[in-house]
Ligand binder design. Structure first.
Ligand SMILES: Nc1nc2c(ncn2[C@@H]2O[C@H](COP(=O)(O)OP(=O)(O)OP(=O)(O)O)[C@@H](O)[C@H]2O)c(=O)[nH]1
Ligand SMILES: [Mg+2]
Length: 300
């Protein structure tokens, strides 16, 4: 494509982008999908005027609940209920507010012993290869031009533990995946990290919403239970799953949790799409809460 044509396309998507922001639509040209389209088609351009829509500030389970008569997640398992305002405050932690903030990629590490000092709370993202670990971080940092998270269709793309610093408030760690094409050093990298890292507050264990948990996830859960590492289950790629499949996956995660006697598991599963941003602010508010950076009124 000639440069002139590219620029014409670019302008067209800028107009669509602006229209979406004004009308606050969450349809195929939502700010998120526009962002991704422009991002993947024309290289790294980030939306600077990204304005989230109402649907981005709710728990995705709410849109599924009217389709079934029993609670999808039992009331006593639904303890995390941030308000809209609390979610907005959490999302702002992932945006540049002033010059002094520090968002940075700190490096890729093959073992925990050479990782940055353990002086900031950490949360880590683990899951099967290709489940969407790096994409969640990419979506969370969509407003930070200095941070580039590498994602790929290829199974086992992330080979080392990648550490991202969010304004010295907490670190997010993107882990290599397990299952197909997992790195040989998984035991000396990921397992050693989970065993030894004192400032690790929570592991987010990602499960593909289109297929639900499988044998590899079972092994991972057993590993975390043996190490007594606190973790939470997160269903990814929810934009790809029909509501019926999504409900089935949530129920299978809950059944899986109960059958695995998952004592270290946070009872409430989370649902996220890195493609359209649904559930992201909800997850960000959980990260902000557990790292001690956000007070949640309903939990006081
Ligand atoms: N539709 C959709 N696609 C997604 C989503 N999250 C990730 N993907 C796609 O899934 C593929 C794998 O995503 P990654 O984020 O690289 O997966 P990963 O878990 O980091 O994979 P490894 O590093 O190989 O372990 C990419 O092609 C992503 O674009 C999502 O929420 N929705
Ligand atoms: Mg990855």
């Amino acid at each position: 494509m000639t440069l002139k044509r590219q620029l014409r396309f670019f302008r067209l998507f800028e107009i669509l982008d602006q229209a979406c922001l004004r009308s606050e639509l969450l349809v195929s040209f939502s700010p998120w999908s526009c962002h991704r389209f422009i991002h993947t088609t024309f290289g790294r351009r980030r939306l600077t005027k990204f304005k989230p829509v109402d649907d981005l500030y709710t728990n995705p389970v709410h849109r599924l609940q009217p389709m079934v008569q029993v609670p999808i997640i039992a009331d006593n398992d639904t303890c995390f209920k941030p308000s809209r305002e609390e979610m907005e405050r959490a999302a702002m932690m992932f945006e540049v507010q002033g010059k002094k903030q520090k968002f940075e990629f700190m490096g890729s590490y093959p073992n925990p012993y050479i990782m940055p000092k353990q002086d900031v709370p950490e949360v880590a993202f683990i899951g099967k290869s290709n489940v969407g670990k790096s994409s969640i971080l990419e979506a969370m940092f969509a407003q930070i031009p200095d941070i580039e998270v590498k994602t790929s269709k290829r199974l086992g793309h992330t080979k080392l533990m990648n550490v991202f610093n969010v304004d010295n408030l907490f670190h997010l760690i993107d882990m290599p995946g397990y299952g197909y094409n997992m790195p040989d050093h998984f035991t000396t990298s990921v397992e050693a990290y989970l065993k030894s890292r004192r400032n690790l507050l929570r592991v987010f264990m990602l499960i593909d919403a289109t297929s639900g948990p499988d044998g590899f996830d079972h092994i991972a859960i057993n590993m975390m239970e043996e190490m007594s590492v606190p973790y939470v289950m997160v269903l990814t790629k929810i934009d790809l799953a029909k509501p019926s499949i999504l409900i089935r996956s949530v129920l299978s995660v809950i059944k899986f949790r109960d059958e695995s006697r998952a004592d270290s598991c946070f009872p409430q599963p989370f649902l996220v799409s890195s493609m359209n941003g649904e559930g992201l602010a909800f997850l960000q508010s959980f990260i902000a809460y557990i790292t001690g950076n956000l007070k949640i009124e309903s939990l006081l």
